[in-house]
Design a protein. Structure first.
Length: 277
């Protein structure tokens, strides 16, 4: 694999995150266009995108995964920043709910401390389109990766994952099966997967926003103590570090500002909720 594909995009942002939070961005596959059924991966030219925690940046290009007319996911900075902590936490046996663009599976398969990656994806077309678009057969970490076509919320999940891991339990579970960031059902559905699989640690996409809304409802500061209380209440073993608490604080300040009257940026987000292109 060429060296530049093993480097994270946005090197300046990567360094700033490492310094502030103790984790940074990650390498992204060399995507190509592909179509299977109604699922399609397409490349778009330069344009401004908003990060998850940082402001607007210009990106030279990005890839977007569509199902029909719906954009499910992209390689934008927002996606990269919102996956970063979960990539950082991955070690040992990693179970991933939702293949999507295989961005997470690719990044964790490159980590030396990750031994096995089991991806649970319900749509066979997504698996087929990603084999082609993300060049799975060429990944440096491809031998670690097993893709299961299964329902991550179904009753068969524990047996299916057990067969794929050879009986080993998961060290990290990452759930990303929702089209909207901070989806209201995400904490309870992730907790259900935690009960089914018993991982050492777990998280879901957009959990910083779910945590932020929980803090705002209770008028709590988004600090390490609140994160521990939130993890205990949701039943998801979220790993808590000072750096991650600082990241949550900054995401919440950037995306859930408290104002009596919404400002223009809030009105924009209300009209175009955070997802995913
Ligand atoms: C946004 S994508 C995941 C993106 C992924 N984190 C990445 O890094 O590219 C969500 C995926 O979850 C899948 N999905 C939705 N519901 C699911 C379920 N109940 N079980 C398994 N996969 C599901 C969708 O088909 C889609 O491929």
């Amino acid at each position: 694999m060429p060296d530049d594909l093993l480097q994270p995009p946005h090197p300046g942002r990567h360094r700033a995150m490492l310094e502030s939070y103790g984790f940074g961005l990650f390498p992204v596959p060399a995507y190509r266009d592909a179509t299977v059924g109604e699922w399609r991966m397409a490349r778009y030219g330069a344009g401004p995108v908003e990060g998850y925690v940082s402001g607007l940046v210009m990106e030279p290009c990005r890839h977007v995964l569509h199902q029909g007319r719906t954009a499910w996911m992209s390689t934008s900075l927002m996606e990269q920043e919102s996956h970063a902590f979960h990539v950082h936490q991955a070690r040992g046996v990693v179970v991933v709910a939702g293949l999507g663009m295989a961005m997470y599976a690719h990044a964790v398969s490159l980590k030396p401390e990750v031994e096995r990656v089991v991806v649970v994806e319900q749509a066979p077309e997504v698996i087929a389109v990603m084999r082609e678009a993300a060049g799975l057969a060429d990944w440096a970490g491809r031998e670690k990766v097993t893709i299961l076509q299964a329902d991550a919320l179904g009753p068969e999940l524990p047996a299916q994952v057990k067969a794929a891991t050879g009986g080993r339990h998961a060290d990290y579970l990452y759930a990303d099966i929702w089209p909207v960031c901070g989806a209201s059902e995400a904490p309870a559905q992730t907790a259900g997967m935690v009960r089914a699989l018993g991982p050492e640690a777990a998280g879901w996409w957009g959990q910083e926003l779910s945590f932020g809304m929980w803090c705002q409802d209770r008028e709590r500061a988004p600090d390490e103590g609140s994160l521990r209380a939130y993890a205990a209440e949701t039943g998801v073993p979220i790993p808590v570090t000072a750096g991650y608490a600082a990241f949550c604080r900054d995401v919440i300040a950037a995306r859930l500002p408290r104002r009596r009257w919404p400002g223009w940026s809030q009105l924009w987000r209300m009209a175009w909720p955070a997802r995913r292109s």
